[in-house]
Design a protein around this ligand. Sequence first.
Ligand SMILES: NC(=O)c1ccc[n+]([C@@H]2O[C@H](COP(=O)([O-])OP(=O)(O)OC[C@H]3O[C@@H](n4cnc5c(N)ncnc54)[C@H](O)[C@@H]3O)[C@@H](O)[C@H]2O)c1
Length: 279
Amino acid sequence: MKEFTGRVAVVTGGGSGIGAALSHACSQRGMRVAVVDVERDAAEKVAAEINESGGEAFSSVVDVRRLSEIERLAQEVDQNFGACHLLCNNAGVLVTRPILDLEEKDWDWSLSVNLLGPIHAVSAFLPRMLSSGEEGHIVNMASMAGLVSMPHRGLGAYTTSKFALVGYSESLRAELASKDAPIGVSVVCPGAVATRIAQSERNRPKELETGQGPTPTQADPNTAPAQGRQTSEEAALRILAGVQANDAWILTHPEMKSMVEARTSALLTAFDEAAGLVL
Ligand SMILES: NC(=O)c1ccc[n+]([C@@H]2O[C@H](COP(=O)([O-])OP(=O)(O)OC[C@H]3O[C@@H](n4cnc5c(N)ncnc54)[C@H](O)[C@@H]3O)[C@@H](O)[C@H]2O)c1
């Protein structure tokens, strides 16, 4: 997607962190923005800031776990702005508990927000985007934890959801390219960005509470080494550059390349070992 001016962006998780920065960055490039979040006040604040600064935005309270709510959002965007051009599936939550301690409710919450959320949004928005015939782009927010398992304890559920989102995004991109559809797909894999992700439990629905309470995490981006930690604004700029370049993977932390190299090298070694097997 080369042109942003006059286009329509939808940003889930737009009330906080990377989503709030993306909402502002989209507006600064002349897009009209739907700021979508489960946190009403946060979404309203970001939309109000955009409108006060001369942009055009509305907020919508949507739980991305619910397909019916996303479908209602797609209608709302149609009515307010017309066809969506840039769908940013950014909403996400971090469950930090070792796999052995995870309950069904932890898996349900993590997978339903981080994986089913983007899948629901694509189901609701992509047919509309295709039928508009206009150029568009889908951004799915994964993580470096979607490319390598991170050396922090307790990221099993998060890593599972983000690896799956990377696979989904690559498949969707290939399918759309094979149809010559004018819609690009990028998956974003950031390292630490200073946001409220470590306080994700604030948004855990009552019915999915386990009584275990939040577990302190080493994966809090706010306490990650300052050298690699980015601001949401820096991440948002990199993401929009990746959209314009139609990058398959949008990476924000070049210093983490060695982690992917180490994983890839171990995988290639496993192939070499398989080739040497006598069956
Ligand atoms: N911060 C990091 O270090 C980092 C690194 C890699 C990837 N990410 C990813 O970036 C994305 C944005 O997270 P962030 O770091 O800005 O955290 P954040 O907590 O500041 O923002 C996440 C937003 O998602 C919203 N949200 C949560 N559950 C929702 C639901 N069910 N429906 C709709 N909205 C919901 C929250 O209310 C919040 O506004 C997430 O997908 C996260 O996994 C973050």
